[in-house]
Design a protein around this ligand. Structure first.
Ligand code: ZN
Length: 245
């Protein structure tokens, strides 16, 4: 089982690790499992991390992405030089600019969720993101330019307030007793799960979530609503982008 620091410390940019296994891919690359990592394997609308693996003697391998395989994280290493070998000591290192942009974007989207729920009682039905932009779908019957302008303004107010973002891991029973988590469809989590990781934007939003977030909303900067569209009778999509702070 790979230990993954990204869940407890989103700011960990690199970690020393040992190679557990290496398998070739059809495309000439390699699937590398390490005993520990900092690579987010993707999920919950947040894409997986990219970066490099470095050996002590100067070898560098490009990691194009990562994914979960059971309890392990598989690093998708690009074709090129010879692969590392099982037992080798490496440093797993993130493309930090990209990851930090994803952290800011993910926290921005939760802030959007929190504002839309607090002010309109509209539930989120889905979402997705890339570095510095994202979209969320909400159960709105109608949406207008005035409405999204108001939402944009309130989201920026909340970001500027400097709300703390807290990560916790709760026993299943405790998490399932929290009303805010029930509204975000925590009940859809698989039966066997005994712990639930939560992300709380203190005073605004609480969700079960596996992603990586900044520690304070102020780190997000500001957002702009870049578009909105209907995705069905009671489903409306809002697109946002981070702007220079
Ligand atoms: Zn999330």
């Amino acid at each position: 089982m790979s230990e993954n620091l990204c869940y407890s410390d989103a700011y960990a940019r690199s970690v020393e690790a040992s190679v557990v296994s290496v398998e070739p891919t059809d495309g000439g690359g390699w699937l590398v499992i390490l005993d520990r990592t900092v690579f987010y394997p993707g999920g919950g609308g947040q894409p997986s991390d990219q970066g490099v693996l470095r050996s002590t003697d100067g070898g560098v391998w490009t990691v194009r992405g990562a994914r979960k395989a059971g309890d392990d994280v598989v690093h998708d290493v690009a074709p090129g030089s010879d692969p590392p070998a099982a037992g080798d000591r490496l440093t797993a290192e993130l493309d930090w600019d990209r990851r930090y942009a994803l952290m800011r974007t993910h926290t921005a989207l939760h802030t959007l969720c929190g504002v839309v729920w607090r002010d309109y009682h509209a539930q989120v039905t889905g979402g997705n993101m890339e570095p510095e932009s994202g979209r969320m779908d909400f159960e709105f019957e109608s949406m207008s330019g005035d409405l999204v302008d108001a939402i944009e303004q309130r989201v920026n107010e909340e970001l500027g307030t400097g709300r703390e973002v807290r990560v916790r891991v709760l026993p299943r029973e405790e998490a399932f007793a929290i009303a805010d988590l029930i509204r975000t469809k925590i009940n859809l989590l698989p039966e066997g799960i005994t712990e639930v990781r939560t992300i709380e934007i203190v005073g605004l939003d609480l969700q079960a979530d596996g992603g990586t977030h900044v520690a304070n909303t102020r780190e997000v900067g500001r957002i702009r609503v870049t578009g909105y569209e209907s995705k069905g009778r009671i489903n409306k999509r809002i697109r946002i982008a981070l702007t220079a702070a």
